[in-house]
Design a protein around this ligand. Structure first.
Ligand code: AMP
Length: 212
C-alpha cells in the first residue's frame, strides 16, 4: 500500500499515519520528522533547514525531493509507504512522479483554519522520540511526560501562534493546489473530515483502502 497524506498542519495526518503504518506494516516517511532530526544533529544542512522551519516556511523543493528519493530507496519501502507531509508543493508532486513514484491513494484531511489554530495551541511533542500529544484530545498519562519514552514534552517552535498563521498561509498558497492536482490525476483521491474522531477517520480509511 502506497499512500500520500495531505492536509493543513495539525489536521491529524501524523496520527493517522502512525496508526495505518502499524496496521499495514509499512513505514511512515514524514518529511517534517526527517527535517527535525537533521536540525537536531546541528549539521550544516540542519542549520539551513532551521532557517526555514523557524519561520514556518517550506524547505526548498530540491532538498526535500532528494531526501525523499533517498529514503524511498531503502528496503523497508518495498512493500509500500505512507508519505506524511510530502509532496507539499505541485513541483514536489511532479518531481515525485518523475522519480517513478506511484501511489494507490491520496488522503486529503480537511479542516478549517480556526480548528487548526485551536488544535495547534494544545499540541505537544516528545523531546526524545518525537511522539505527539494534545493537552485536550490526547493528553499524556503523566503531565508533560512522554508515555512512550519518559522524556519531557515540549511545544514545537513552529507551533507558536504567529508561526502557525504563517504555516497556514503557506499551506493555502503552496500545498492546497495539490488537491486539484491529485483529484484530477486519475489516482484514487479521498477527502476526509479531519474533525471526526480519530477512530472514525481510521475506520473510514480502512474501508476505502479495501477497494484499492
Ligand atoms: P511538519 O512536521 O510536516 O509540519 O513539517 C515541519 C516543517 O518542515 C514545515 O513547516 C516545513 O518547514 C518543513 N517541511 C516538512 N515537509 C516539507 C516538504 N515536503 N517541503 C518543504 N518543507 C517541508
Amino acid at each position: 500500500m502506497r499512500l500520500i497524506l495531505i492536509g493543513a498542519p495539525g489536521a491529524g495526518k501524523g496520527t493517522q499515519a502512525d496508526i495505518l503504518s502499524k496496521m499495514y506494516s509499512i513505514p511512515v516517511i514524514g518529511t517534517g520528522n526527517i527535517i527535525r532530526e537533521a536540525i537536531k544533529t546541528g549539521s550544516e544542512l540542519g542549520i539551513r533547514f532551521k532557517s526555514y522551519t523557524d519561520k514556518g516556511l517550506l524547505v526548498p523543493d530540491e532538498l526535500v525531493v532528494e531526501m525523499v528519493a533517498d529514503r524511498l530507496s531503502h528496503d523497508d519501502c518495498k512493500n509500500g509507504f505512507i508519505l506524511d507531509g510530502f509532496p507539499r508543493t505541485v513541483v514536489q508532486a511532479i518531481e515525485f512522479e518523475k522519480m517513478g513514484g506511484r501511489v494507490d491513494c491520496v488522503l486529503s484531511f480537511e479542516v478549517s483554519d480556526a480548528d487548526v489554530v485551536s488544535r495547534m495551541s494544545g499540541r505537544r511533542m516528545c523531546s526524545g522520540c518525537g511522539a505527539t500529544f494534545h493537552l485536550a484530545n490526547k493528553p499524556p498519562l503523566v503531565e508533560n511526560v512522554c508515555d512512550l519514552c519518559g522524556s519531557p514534552l515540549i511545544r514545537r517552535e513552529d507551533d507558536a501562534p504567529d508561526t502557525v498563521l504563517a504555516r497556514l498561509q503557506i499551506y493555502h498558497e503552496q500545498t492546497e493546489p495539490l488537491v486539484e492536482f491529485y483529484s484530477s490525476s486519475g489516482v484514487k483521491f479521498v477527502s476526509l473530515d479531519a474533525m471526526q474522531r480519530v477512530e472514525d477517520i481510521t475506520s473510514k480509511v480502512v474501508g476505502l483502502l479495501e477497494t484499492v
